[in-house]
Design a protein around this ligand. Structure first.
Ligand code: CP
Length: 305
């Protein structure tokens, strides 16, 4: 039994709850690969996606995850919705719940928006990214992807890029640390804060070498230009030169180091094409695992509700 109604963040999940989701995801991945194994365990459930920010991976994988389990899936297109007539987030959520929606998968630019909806709407709320706060299903799929290749406990995981604005970096750091890994962060000093070290087993590094040397996993992050009024570095070429993950940096990591990126990737900004497409890159596998993990989340939250 999974005792939660909502999935709002990684912070409030125990290690056992994380492992339970990942265990169910293993079974879900088999169902993706072999359609005849699929069941319709969510056939009486209606799920809405409510994305106030752009998305390809998260929205599409939730839509497919629900459909693979037999749920009715609907997307509220914010750009043509009554949000543009001034309807509030809470009223929008209540409206969806009144139509019989049992779960709302929500992405919003404001940190805490999904918590607000969970307090005010009678439906399961799944946080698909809230501002710079958390992106729990991304962390779960990242952990799942690592666990398919390596035992995560004791690993050195380097995360390089725009840490300050990244909900992925925060959820990943908390998730990996709960599973026993050590997380090393590196970014321009304007895009990182020492405050990340409040999380257990998380270290903010002074240079790329300290972050990547001996790493078992190297993850790049997109620069989130949309979250900054003023760009926090001189220009993209300089960013790539000093902070982009390229072959020379990867040579410092373990030979079998896994390369990851939550996407969307900007080639030649946060990572070189040769790194993105190298044989150890699991970036495409992350996308596939996203469907399995989101199937597991929907099943655990809704099946017995
Ligand atoms: N990783 C991620 O959240 O991608 P999307 O913005 O495409 O959903």
């Amino acid at each position: 039994m999974f005792g939660k109604k909502h999935l709002l963040d990684i912070k409030s999940l125990s290690k056992d709850e994380i492992l339970q989701i990942l265990d169910v995801a293993k079974d879900m991945k088999r169902k993706i690969n072999v359609p005849s194994l699929r069941d319709d365990s969510l056939k009486n459930k209606s799920i809405a996606t409510l994305f106030y920010e752009n998305s390809t991976r998260t929205k599409m994988s939730f839509m497919l995850a629900g459909k693979y389990l037999g749920a009715t899936m609907e997307d509220l297109n914010i750009s043509t919705s009554s949000v543009n007539k001034g309807e509030s987030l809470i009223d929008t959520g209540i409206t969806l719940a009144q139509m019989g929606v049992q779960a709302i998968v929500m992405r919003n630019g404001y940190a805490g928006a999904s918590h607000l909806l969970a307090k005010n709407v009678n439906a399961s709320i799944i946080n698909a990214g809230d501002g710079s706060n958390e992106h729990p299903t991304q962390a779960l799929l990242d952990a799942y992807t690592i666990l398919e290749k390596k035992n995560i406990s004791g690993l050195k995981i380097a995360i390089i890029g725009d840490i300050a604005n990244s909900r992925v970096a925060k959820s990943d750091a908390i998730c990996f640390s709960k599973l026993g890994a050590f997380v090393y962060l590196y970014a321009p000093s304007t895009l990182i804060s020492k405050r990340m070290e409040i999380f257990k087993n998380v270290k903010v590094c002074e240079n790329m070498k300290d972050a990547i040397e001996g790493a078992d996993v190297v993850m790049g992050l997109r620069v989130q230009f949309e979250r900054e009024k003023n760009v926090k570095f001189p220009n993209v070429d300089e960013y790539y030169k000093y902070f982009g993950v390229k072959d020379d940096a990867i040579k410092l990591a373990q030979k079998d180091a896994i390369i990851m990126h939550p996407g969307p990737v900007n080639r030649g900004v946060e990572m070189s094409t040769s790194v993105i497409d190298c044989k150890n890159s699991l970036i495409n596998e992350q996308v596939k695992n996203g469907v399995a993990v989101r199937m597991a989340v929907l099943k655990l939250l809704l099946e017995n509700g």
